[in-house]
Design a protein around this ligand. Sequence first.
Ligand code: HEM
Length: 462
Amino acid sequence: MWTEPEIGGTAGAQFPPGPRMLPRVLSGRAFREDPIQFLTDNARRYGDLVHFRAFEGHVFQFNHPELIRELVVDNERRNRRAAVMQRARGLLGDGLLTSEEPLHMRQRRLAQPAFHRQRIAAYGEVIAQVAAEITERWKPGVMDLHPEMLLLALRIVGKCLFDIDGESEARAIAAAVQRFMVRPPPGWVPGRLLEVLQHIPIGPMLEVRRGMEQLDGILYGMIAERRRDPGDRGDLLSMLLAAEDTEEDAAGADRTMSDKQVRDECLTVLLAGHETTANALSFTLWLLATHAEAQERVHAEALAVLGARRPAAADYAMLTYTHGAFAEGMRLMPTVWVIGRSSGPEPYGFRGFTIPPGAMLLAPQCVVHRDARFWVAPERFEPERFAGDDAKRPKFAYFPFGGGSRQCIGEGLAWMEGVFALATILRDWRLRPEAGAPERLPVVPSVNLRPSNGVRLVLERR
Ligand code: HEM
């Protein structure tokens, strides 16, 4: 039996407990300086439901799987996208990540077929081929594997979703994405100021605008070409262009997607599916490099299942330890380290408290994934924990891909990418950290959790 949420505070209090009226908290500095430590300390001191004021508003932090389920499943309709996503709309348009209901559900229905199990199985071949091509070029010695994982993830998304084959095309997109991502809209810049900044073509905003124009050029170019020469190429773009909404609620509305909508979805998937997967892979490679025994087990499994050939979809279910290693990597170092929502225009009741309109709502993977109530020896890297009884934990004790109606649409693809890339790499290579490397990989909790200075490892051919 798992523990019930522990909600502290005095009877009749207006809000749950939390750090109160400290200038560092109010100004948002405590959060900005080290958000993971700040959220972890809050959970330890104040329990499973925490409230504080920061960023000129109310913030609620949910630290128990049951409360997180209530937030992102039961109360999803009462909430909106997090403020940072709402601000990103100026650049990303109305894709899955940024759109609100009812548009979100409609777009999700139309994009879903590209992520069905059978499609993912077909993408397995692409993943295996890209992983082999990239690793075949590696040479023994020290190498930063993070750019390699970024290229791998980008080429896979490029091929599976847009049928882009070549490395040079993938690199052109990568360069544009890089410019675009130079300065993601920071969560703490007030919305109105950001809107103004986005229209002043100077400094970093100019870079972002140029990156977006480049990406738009590529995406609208692909869309126009497909409109001229339609047909199913087995990728997301074909599906979006062919998608027709047959649901009743679309009566009267345009049943197909405009070029702008297709562009918004493509850009969203490109951004959502690229760095997330690359970071998760980079972190797992680091953890395996620093845990030699676990690395040997991944190697042995890959060799036993694959021999000398590339992985195929049917191998996926056999690579169970490798799957556990990727899962454990995302537990200890979750790329998406906190799920954010903003409460909608109506206040609503939550466990005896009232959530006011426009509050910031946070469900931190970085805290819950290390909670000793749900994980035995939570600080230890133990891929085997995903095979045993531990797997019976509540759903939201482990949520690297979120949950509810906004659960990651690319989850199946990401799992296959992670497992196949790890098996390919560790069958052929032995990894270890450089002499004198820090025990923990330095990371920055930006929009995603990412390595601060890459992931430099020593590679030895097996
Ligand atoms: C390890 C890799 C990945 C991780 C950890 C990850 C994580 C997440 C999380 C936590 C969310 C939910 C965010 C929220 O509730 O606010 C999400 C949403 C999303 N992800 Fe992923 N993701 C990964 C890979 C991918 C891939 C490969 C794709 C596409 C090819 C993708 C596309 C999306 C999209 C479109 C959404 C928005 C879904 C919606 O709101 O309906 N992700 N992802």
